[in-house]
Ligand binder design. Structure first.
Ligand code: ADP
Ligand code: MG
Length: 243
């Protein structure tokens, strides 16, 4: 872990359920300011990998490092809130009983005025300042997504983990939300691990694609390289619908 650019490192992670190995000695590194898409077909182990990185699940073997520090290995395991990471998972939706500002401020600690200023700033950045006192059910899917992004980034995490974050949005909205999300991530300089089963999404969002199959990463590279030089026939077929 000598490289200061490395914000997240998964080192030889394995995880089995009912003696079936769904993540198989997987290694991956994320650099500051880069979006890495973990891309692969449904059931290949993407969400399990992300949950292990987050600390909501625990690997059977291997270790997780955040910004050079070990957050989980055979002997110790930091809980999600102590890892310096932000999460955008479907099961981490906005709290329905809290308004937008309270949602964004939820993970913040410290001085009340400093917190309020940070919430305001994050809402401005996602263009949701007018909705500070609205409740989640009063917002559209795209608006909820922007608030969720503001909430995830409010504590300035070194790493943001996103599991199929755009899958709930209709096609019309999706491109716009993807683009504004990318802008925001670039400004914040956060290292992002984004899980998706859609090659097109990975091509659009990623600086680096990690192609996953049956618990393993079979190829890592820039979108252009993966698209034009797929590692094998299966990888080529997976990208064949992208144009
Ligand atoms: P993906 O996100 O790529 O679709 P998952 O990581 O969700 O894949 O799942 C990989 C495999 O592990 C699937 O076969 C799934 O059924 C299985 N799996 C995931 N979580 C559990 C669990 N808690 N208990 C048993 N099997 C699980
Ligand atoms: Mg999944």
């Amino acid at each position: 872990m000598a490289d200061p650019e490395t914000q997240l490192e998964l080192r030889q992670i394995s995880r089995s359920f009912d003696r079936r190995r769904v993540v198989d000695e997987l290694s991956l590194t994320l650099n500051a300011g880069e979006v890495t898409c973990l891309l692969g077909p449904s059931g290949c182990g993407k969400s399990t990998t992300l949950r292990i990185a987050a600390g909501v699940d625990q690997q059977d073997a291997g270790a997780v490092y955040v910004a050079g520090g070990c957050v989980s290995d055979a002997t110790h395991h930091l809980p999600p809130e102590k890892r310096g990471i932000g999460l955008m998972f479907q099961d981490f939706a906005l709290f329905p009983h809290l308004d937008v500002a309270q949602n964004v401020g939820f993970g913040l600690t410290g001085d009340k005025n400093v917190k309020a200023a940070r919430v305001r700033r994050m809402l401005e950045r996602v263009g949701m300042q007018k909705f500070a006192s609205a409740y989640p059910h009063q917002l559209s899917g795209g608006e909820q997504q922007r608030v969720a992004l503001a909430r995830a980034l409010a504590p300035s995490p070194k790493v943001l983990l996103m599991d199929e974050p755009f899958s709930g949005l209709d096609n019309r909205l999706r491109d716009a939300v993807r683009d504004s999300t990318l802008d925001m991530l670039r400004e914040e300089g956060t290292a992002v691990l984004l899980v998706t089963h859609e090659p097109e999404e990975a091509m659009r969002m990623a600086d680096q694609i990690a192609l996953m199959r049956r618990g393993r990463i079979v190829q890592v590279g820039a979108p252009y390289n993966i698209y034009h030089a797929p590692v094998d026939r299966k990888a080529a077929e997976f990208f064949s619908d992208v144009n």
